[in-house]
Ligand binder design. Structure first.
Ligand code: SF4
Length: 529
């Protein structure tokens, strides 16, 4: 069973979900069914595996509902030989799986192309063995993390000291660290399902690049997925696009930074051919410095209405801090090219609350938007703004959410809305919950369990946290609590807002990302200097 913690329409529009499903469905020894929150295939009578693809921290509690619906105990420690192995993957779980760790038997860290075949082969080889033996065998697969075989150690003040294998003396030994796996194959992924019911109806999605070489200091999409990888044009991208366009006329080019594919201009020229008249092409957010007149023209000709660029801030200083490598002229040029090419809108993305940000930096963002409006009259501008949330395995993982961010979102609204610039702010309150989930350790699991049924409201999360703090959370059996020392949740303020020292043991210290912590610390020091 492969589950997605949202509706069919949203789940089937996730290229990651589609690729995992297709990889499993291609195997002759696996019979895979799909499950969404609003529908699912009929379940197997004997379910061996339950998988979940998670790409959004706030979806965690949905996993518990889906497990219960399938009559699977929600805690890994309460499952027995007859229960399926519950596994998960995706960027959220690869970055910091700890808050959800007590619910998963196995977490696949990294690219599914490598991990899934090795994981399934290992499981097939020990099928029928008692559950503890199966888990121990799976722990030998590179990149597969078995949370129940590790235990965090805290000092008397509740500060994390280490996360250690539970019984390193047994055979085969459990590895002390688990390294994220990186697929280096040539062809990247594309849709295997095209449906009018997708959130983007009938779209064929093609992954143009994986990762991003720019290393903006907050960026999970870059740091967690390094190195930057690109498929060839003639032997990768063009066949993948052709395949989809034989079934639909809607194409989505996806990736953290699609225009940085070394042959992106050639791909654009190829899509400019008359035979693609009637085809709608959209691209995900592009680096402003890579926008060209041709990009604006061809996207407009192929049905796109707008272009999306992430500027992060209107302040040159702050863009240098976050390593954005983007000067103000390039932002004006991108707007000009979008307009001259025939696009009617430019969507910009920014952030507030970045480390070292002053109110003057936020004023600079407002001033930039107003200057852009003046310089490109007729081009519809909109600014999406989020609050900086620290992410594991990035240089800013040690920085906290800044409470000033809330007021700075309001400041932008005050400056821009009366001047006719659309502002799409993300809720500060939800950014706080996201940070709680992205930087906590497994002591947060009872809060996630307590948040069920109320996780769609901010107050619900706060009530759940307080209930667990008072000892009124969900009942936790002895087998479950064996996986961590204390049931008190991690301290809210320190997790969400705290600036952590370089010496602090991180909840994900046993998981090895693409860059060593020393390199991340160096990037942080350079940024803040
Ligand atoms: S350019 Fe965009 S995708 Fe690349 S590192 Fe910066 S924020 Fe991330």
């Amino acid at each position: 069973m492969l589950a997605f913690p949202s509706s069919y329409s949203v789940g089937i529009t996730s290229l990651g979900y589609q690729v995992v499903w297709a990889t499993l469905a291609r195997r002759s020894d696996v019979d895979v069914r799909r499950l969404f929150t609003d529908r699912g295939d009929a379940p197997h009578r004997n379910l061996d595996l339950f998988g979940l693809s998670l790409s959004w921290e706030l979806d965690g509690p949905v996993l518990l509902d889906l497990l219960e619906q399938q009559r699977i105990p929600i805690w890994t420690a309460e499952r027995d030989d007859d229960d399926p192995i519950v596994f998960g993957g995706g960027p959220v779980l690869t970055a910091n799986p700890e808050p959800l760790a007590p619910f998963f038997d196995a977490i696949l860290l990294g690219d599914g192309e490598l991990l899934l075949p090795a994981f399934i082969d290992a499981l097939q080889a020990c099928r029928g063995a008692p559950r503890p033996e199966r888990l121990r065998r799976l722990a030998q697969v590179e990149g597969v993390y078995l949370p129940s075989l590790y235990r965090p150690r805290y000092d008397s003040a509740g500060t994390l000291q280490a996360i250690e294998p539970l019984d390193g003396a047994n055979e085969p030994p459990i590895p002390a660290t688990i390294a994220k796996q990186t697929w280096r194959g040539n062809t990247l992924s594309h849709s295997t399902v095209i449906t009018p019911e997708a959130a983007w109806p009938d779209i064929h999605m093609v992954e143009v690049v994986r990762s991003c070489p720019e290393l903006c200091r907050f960026c999970l999409a870059s740091y967690l997925t390094l190195p930057f990888r690109t498929p060839g044009l003639d032997d990768g991208l063009i066949p993948a696009v052709e395949k989809g366009l034989s079934a639909t006329q809607r194409l989505g080019l996806l990736g953290a930074s699609v225009t940085q594919h070394p042959q992106f201009d050639e791909l654009l020229q190829w899509l400019d051919q008359d035979r693609f008249d009637g085809t709608r092409v959209s691209v995900s957010s592009v680096r402003a410095a890579t926008v060209t007149p041709e990009l604006g023209r061809i996207l407009a000709k192929r049905g796109s209405k707008s272009l999306t660029i992430a500027i992060e801030s209107g302040s040159e200083r702050l863009r240098r801090v976050v390593n954005k490598k983007l000067d103000t002229d390039a932002i004006f040029a991108a707007a000009r090219y979008a307009k001259e090419g025939g696009l009617s809108g430019l969507k910009l993305y920014g952030m507030v609350g970045l480390p070292s940000e002053e109110e003057a930096d936020v004023e600079a963002t407002a001033a930039l938007l107003l200057a852009l409006k003046k310089a490109t009259p007729g081009l519809r501008l909109s600014l999406g703004v989020s609050t900086f949330v620290p992410k594991a395995h990035t240089p800013f993982q040690w920085e906290g959410v800044r409470p000033e961010a809330d007021k700075r979102l309001q400041l932008l609204a005050k400056r821009l809305k009366p001047r006719g610039i659309e502002l799409r702010p993300e809720s500060y309150g939800w950014s706080v919950i996201q940070a709680l989930l992205s930087r906590s350790d497994r002591r947060l699991a009872p809060v996630i369990a307590a948040a069920r049924g109320q996780h769609e409201s901010l107050g619900g999360w706060k009530r759940a946290y307080k209930a667990v703090l008072r000892g009124e959370g969900p009942a936790i059996g002895a087998a479950v609590s064996r996986l961590w020392d204390t049931q008190a949740p991690p301290p809210w303020d320190a997790v969400v807002h705290g600036t952590w020292s370089g010496e602090q043991v991180l909840p994900w210290a046993h998981l090895v990302g693409p860059l060593p912590p020393e390199t991340l610390a160096k990037h942080r020091t350079e940024a803040l200097a």
